[in-house]
Design a protein around this ligand. Sequence first.
Ligand code: ADP
Length: 473
Amino acid sequence: MKILFAASEALPFIKVGGLGDVLGALPKTLHQMGHEVHVVLPLYSQIKPQMREKAHYRCHFSFPHAWRDVYCGIFDAEIDGVSYHLIDNEQYFKRPQVYGEYDDGERFAYFSKAVLEILPKIDFFPDVLHANDWHTALVPVYLDTQYRLMQGYGNIRTVFSIHNIEFQGKYDPFILGSTFGIESRFLPLLTHDRDLNLMKGAIECSNKVTTVSETYAKEIMNPYFSFGLDTILAPRSFKLSGIINGIDTVLFDPATDKNLPANYSAADLSGKKVCKAELQKELGLPVREDLPLIAMVTRLTPQKGIDLFYPVLNELLGEDLQLVVLGTGYPEYERFFASFEPYHPDNFRLCAKFDAGLAQRFYAGADLFLMPSKSEPCGLAQMIAMRYGTLPIVHAVGGLSDTVEPYDPTKKTGNGINFCSFNAHDMKDAILRACELYGDKENFTAAQQNAMNGDYSWDKSAKIYEALYREIL
Ligand code: ADP
């Protein structure tokens, strides 16, 4: 099959969140299964020079978009059998940030159109075009409204994946023509709750809509989780399914991870003790094997459940445990966590930065990994933690509920600890239960073994995507 992914981030070039991880691993796995896979992404100025150098100039041209002609350069790279095409336009992608610019709608509309414009230039018309999240939601919309009758585009089937329904690309309907270059007769296709809603347009136009866990696929048909799209998704449940993400098990392997002071495996966990002691030293915490070390590696945003800490953080830090947080995000959350550090120098640290190497040392050095997300489409962090033998404590929603099974000491099954209602004291209770389990070495080790022996690879999920693609073809 000929498969083309369109996305706003993809490893090994650029990663801001879990989307970058998924777009790094899924195309590679599909290639290994024998498919011809291409990935299109923007050539951001944030791409590191050593990766930037891997992409070679192919050509440039301009295409009509809305009221003007726009420049489009194509840079190509081939990595692990996957062909990457990076779209060059410095007006849009030479910016201080990947996301969060005042004109993100315009930037990603341009990118979505470029994805379709480059197909004749790269001489690749895919069987399946797979778009991801609101940034590329206009790809299936442009395809259906502007390209279908052009040579090569007629038979392309489309899949749209929702990695996070919170961000839908909502704009004033007034800019439909001027910014998005779409004729006013298509206004109803894109309108939802009186906004232009790009994600809604993609749901309408795509042959299949997927999201990243089975539970989240059900949850987003419910107003509590849907950010307003349940009324669109529920009637279209016939084309909606949930496919759990995997992780890159080669990249995330405690036996070979070069970021760690010591390597280890499920068969020999001694290196994990070294990782814990070194992490405690690195963070300036007392080196205490007896205390459970609980880590978080997260965006500091409401979705990640940070609000739950306000009523209980002080109580929690009075317990025999160490809590370390690696994350950036809302300044008020950073200030809140930072304000606790001076009062709990021996058992609390906030590292307010994005640091991939340090994240690996957190996953390896901690005993427990806390992820109290209010909602969680899939969640990769809990799977990485489990692979590193660090037991997740999670709010049982979305992908967290599909991947973390509460440990049962009678049957010795399960790989983590969960709590079921989004409530601060329920979270605290789960943390204390986890600390108790830490004190019970036999059961803790059994749960660790279960976690480390789980299958988090992409193999199973990539086969489900393959079957889905075949179905629409
Ligand atoms: P989301 O995509 O919603 O942010 P996921 O759990 O799916 O959450 O993926 C988050 C990814 O980003 C994980 O690989 C996690 O390790 C990484 N990450 C999050 N915050 C940081 C940080 N401050 N430093 C390094 N890596 C981080």
